[in-house]
Write a protein that binds this ligand. Structure first.
Ligand code: 5GP
Length: 141
């Protein structure tokens, strides 16, 4: 069984430390938002708290209280930026529930009636597309 502790070398911890790049959308003292590299729909982004939490199950409620207003702000921005019909907000806890990166993160996925959801952790998007979509989001914030 996998140890359910926080691994400080997970990929989002490395993004937070600036050790690997991301297409940044938003940052404040408590949260960072960036494009998902394997988007399930155009404009799919992730919001992470800066504090180390593995997922919702171990997170300090005070961290969640600061994170979710950012999730809301970015969900509204995503709907506008991508002219979406709706926005899917999802968050997985442990591998059995679909979690693959073990730093708490919230998915924000703009949805259009006409566009089926692509598979989770499917195919890598062209970095130029991710850069353009991050810019579209920043432009409406
Ligand atoms: P989870 O299954 O843990 O909820 O989702 C992890 C998400 O992170 C997936 O949607 C996956 O596409 C995305 N992802 C995995 N590695 C990277 C990465 O290095 N950079 C970014 N921006 N997203 C990643």
């Amino acid at each position: 069984m996998t140890s359910q502790t926080y691994d400080p070398n997970n990929i989002f911890a490395k993004i937070l430390k600036g050790e690997i790049p991301c297409h940044k959308v938003y940052e404040d003292d408590d949260a960072l938002a960036f494009m998902d590299v394997m988007p399930q729909a155009e404009g799919h982004l992730l919001v992470v708290p800066k504090v180390a939490s593995r997922n919702l199950l171990d997170a300090d409620p005070a961290v969640l209280a600061k994170l979710y207003p950012v999730v809301q702000k970015l969900a509204v921005a995503a709907k506008e930026a991508f002219d979406a019909d709706g926005v899917l907000v999802s968050q997985f806890n442990e591998a059995a529930a679909g979690q693959t990166v073990f730093h708490l993160h919230v998915h924000i996925i703009p949805r259009k009636e006409s566009a089926p959801l692509r598979p989770h952790s499917g195919s890598m998007e062209d970095p130029a597309v991710l850069a353009r979509n991050a810019e579209r989001l920043r432009a409406v914030l």
